[in-house]
Design a protein around this ligand. Sequence first.
Ligand SMILES: [Zn+2]
Length: 281
Amino acid sequence: MVDWFRRTKKSFLGTEKKVIPDGLWLKCPKCAEYLYKRELDRNYWVCPKCRYHFRIPSKEYIKMLIDGKYEEFNQKISSNDPLRFKDSKRYVDRIKDAHAKTGNYEAVVTIEGQISSYTVILCVMDFQFIGGSMGSVVGEKVARAIDRAREKKLPLIIVAASGGARMQEGILSLMQMAKTSAKLAQFHEQGGLFISILTDPTTGGTTASFAMLGDLIIAEPGALIGFAGERVIRQTIGVDLPEGFQRAEFLLEKGFIDIICERSGMKQLLTKILNFFNEKN
Ligand SMILES: [Zn+2]
């Protein structure tokens, strides 16, 4: 090899690769800034530079909203794979893996706890659990949480994070849309308060059922909210779609949601709302 092609000495500074210790830093998917994980954790998992809201596990969300201790109910219900479904992986294995990854038994956690001393029923979906998809167990747990809120006359809050219906359970997943919607209608008739919080992403059958049925609908900034994906819509209606048409900001402008709230202010906002409705009663 001729020496011309080989750099024999360092000609300028700064060629050394930065070594980033694994697991300590994260790259922001929006602004590409390197962020220190511990700092992010203190900052509600929001990028300090561009305010990008990272997806967070249900446990984190509960910790952020609930005062201290809480009671989780219907924790261990899990799907029994009615269709014996298999794609690249068996559905039962998919559930096992999701459990190992998240510590949860399903894609929604339902609890009773307090937000600034107001007792509430809170459901938090977990996108890490098979894309936060709604199968028969998610539908059942949400339905039971609604019933509990109705019977105990407590406010209901659902934090959505979902890719939609769970394919692996076919039509049984789709039936959860009707079930949760009917339960909410009953709750509404009896004067219950339902606050829906939409996080990134809230799509498909989840959007098309309980997520958009809130008396108040709050969204996190930049959250993707929609029913079908952009490509499918474009192909169906044959029209180019406006930029960001499925983001929280666009939906607010068009009147589909009520408020956009940063994660750091979410508990304060909920407290204000709960306080308002409490005084009204
Ligand atoms: Zn960023």
